[in-house]
Ligand binder design. Structure first.
Ligand SMILES: Cc1cc2nc3c(=O)[nH]c(=O)nc-3n(C[C@H](O)[C@H](O)[C@H](O)COP(=O)(O)OP(=O)(O)OC[C@H]3O[C@@H](n4cnc5c(N)ncnc54)[C@H](O)[C@@H]3O)c2cc1C
Length: 495
């Protein structure tokens, strides 16, 4: 039986472990954190439960593909489709825009704001939808052996889509809509990729199509961490062993093959093949010491936003705050352009709020609320010092209090803050970048760090910084791609 060792237990790792185990590989996993899930993690504190990172996702059918691939009768967790996708509030306004998946209701919401909204939105979504269906199978879910192979594939994309490559998400919005509100709200999808609409190619307006038409957004009954708990129990049934508090720091190799990884205590982990779920660019530097991935070079790449997250246990209910909410300011372009470079103060923050206890009452004691706040901030290249963490958190909490008309400080029973430093330290995220490598044209497809190693013929990569990219469905696709590669190189043990 071939032995596979997987470094990390993020979603990409867990789904790869299942795929390999179901093909007869004997799988072990090593993880530096104290529990599985990577960024898809959980905090339990003072009687409250919080999803640490992801709160919703699209493309649930990728989980279905996974289920069939590994021969599970049913997934060990249940999705719940969101009816109101999210709400958006602009600073200084009492109005909350409710973003419905139902386009008639959505059109009603924007009456008086954007004339002829429905016709314009239908036009915008139909273009994005056609593009999505033309490229999803052709480009996105593909392994590339070389840049040339990738470029040849791109040549098969109908040329009418070429302008989407050089236009930004923002200019695509400007082409379709007139009002500031509609342009800003529907360009938020760029932030889901950890970037801004001004520097994200218009190809990613496909995310508007996936949220509003295709599969919508979903969360998981009982909280997002049920995904991890469910997969862990399935992995255990398949005999996969997981070792926590185990960080890979070194390796031994012989003639183009990796023989073993070494952890922080000096223990050697041998296997026939290795799958790395740590950041695919940073790991090549940190553990393998590759010059092509030197810190200088990595610093010059585009990395996604760093998260500043606050987890609040509140001793009261927030009656008027929906489940998912965006709180925006009035200087969208200026803020977006400066925030990542630490060139603007955080005193008028833009942030996202998830009241998880609205969908999972068990995450908070009776009469209480579990609240997660995510504010995109500069990564550690631009702001290495977070000694002002309490001040930054206080500013966000005060801003939110003003906007919802409740003095939150008075009701806080539990408070946890994670700056980019804690995110980096917990999961070894490069300079605290929350979603890994960015998705500009020079960093996707054949240009992204490959899912196979340049030197060792038995080392592979899975997860956000290799193909295809970031987000939960992408991690599941990434596991499919790397498994295809492994099976083609090493063969299934049985099918
Ligand atoms: C704040 C936040 C909010 C997000 N919200 C959403 C959302 O709403 N929807 C969505 O779809 N996506 C969201 N994402 C993105 C999503 O979480 C990630 O894209 C996805 O979870 C990445 O999975 P992965 O397979 O790359 O593994 P990761 O989660 O990166 O896990 C990698 C694992 O490897 C471990 N590791 C690293 N180095 C070593 C080492 N040397 N030795 C041993 N172990 C190591 C790490 O500790 C970690 O557990 C969010 C991310 C963040 C940070």
């Amino acid at each position: 039986m071939q032995k596979a060792l997987i470094v990390g237990t993020g979603l990409g790792a867990m789904t790869t472990a299942m795929r390999l185990a179901s093909r007869g590989y004997s799988v072990q996993m090593v993880e530096k954190y104290h529990q599985p899930g990577g960024r898809l993690n959980q905090i339990k504190k003072d009687g409250f439960t919080f999803d640490m990172g992801p709160t919703f996702f699209s493309m649930t059918y990728e989980f279905e593909e996974f289920r069939k691939d590994v021969g599970l009768e049913k997934l060990p967790f249940s999705f719940r489709e969101l009816d109101i996708l999210y709400s958006v509030n602009f600073r200084g306004s009492d109005r909350n825009f409710l973003i419905y998946k139902d386009l008639d209701k959505l059109a009603f919401e924007f009456e008086g704001v954007e004339s002829d909204f429905r016709r314009k939105m239908d036009g915008f979504l139909s273009g994005a939808g056609k593009f999505f269906h033309d490229v999803e199978g052709l480009v996105l879910k593909k392994n590339y052996n070389s840049i040339i192979g990738y470029l040849l594939t791109l040549l098969r994309v109908p040329p009418r889509y070429a302008p989407r490559l050089w236009r930004s998400v923002w200019s695509e919005m400007e082409r379709h809509f007139e009002s500031r509100e509609v342009r800003e709200i529907f360009s938020l999808v760029a932030f889901f990729l950890g970037a801004t609409p001004f520097d994200t190619p218009a190809i990613y307006t496909i995310l508007s199509y996936t949220e509003l038409v295709h599969d919508g957004y979903h969360n998981v009954e009982g909280g997002m961490y049920r995904i991890v708990e469910g997969l862990k129990s399935e992995l255990e049934k398949k005999g996969v062993e997981m070792h926590f508090n185990t960080e890979i720091t070194g390796f031994k190799s012989d003639k183009g093959r990796l023989v073993s990884f070494t952890d922080q205590s000096g223990r050697e982990w041998e296997a026939d093949l290795f799958v790395v779920n740590a950041d695919a660019a940073w790991f090549r530097n940190k553990v393998f010491g590759r010059k092509k991935f030197s810190e200088n070079k990595l610093d010059r790449l585009k990395w996604t936003l760093a998260p500043f997250t606050i987890y609040l246990g509140l001793g009261r209910k927030l009656e008027n705050v929906p489940l998912h909410n965006y709180f925006l300011g009035n200087n969208f372009r200026d803020y977006s352009g400066k925030i990542f470079r630490n060139a603007i103060k955080l005193d008028q923050p833009y942030y996202y709020v998830n009241v998880v206890s609205k969908s999972d009452p068990s995450s908070a004691p009776e009469g209480c609320e579990s609240v997660f706040i995510l504010c995109p901030v500069p990564d550690l290249r631009f702001k290495p010092d977070w000694n002002d963490r309490e001040e930054v958190a206080g500013g966000i909490i005060a801003d939110l209090s003003g906007r919802i008309g409740i003095d939150l400080e008075k009701h806080i029973l539990s408070k946890t803050i994670m700056t980019p430093i804690e995110w980096k330290d917990s999961f070894d995220l490069y300079k605290g970048s929350g979603l890994g490598l960015g998705h500009n044209l020079g960093q996707i497809g054949g240009f992204r760090p490959k899912n196979f190693d340049e030197l060792f013929n038995n080392v592979y990569y899975v997860g956000a910084s290799t193909v295809p990219g970031t987000g939960l469905p992408m991690a599941v696709i990434s596991s499919k791609l790397v498994t295809e590669r492994i099976v083609s190189d090493h063969g299934p043990i049985h099918t």
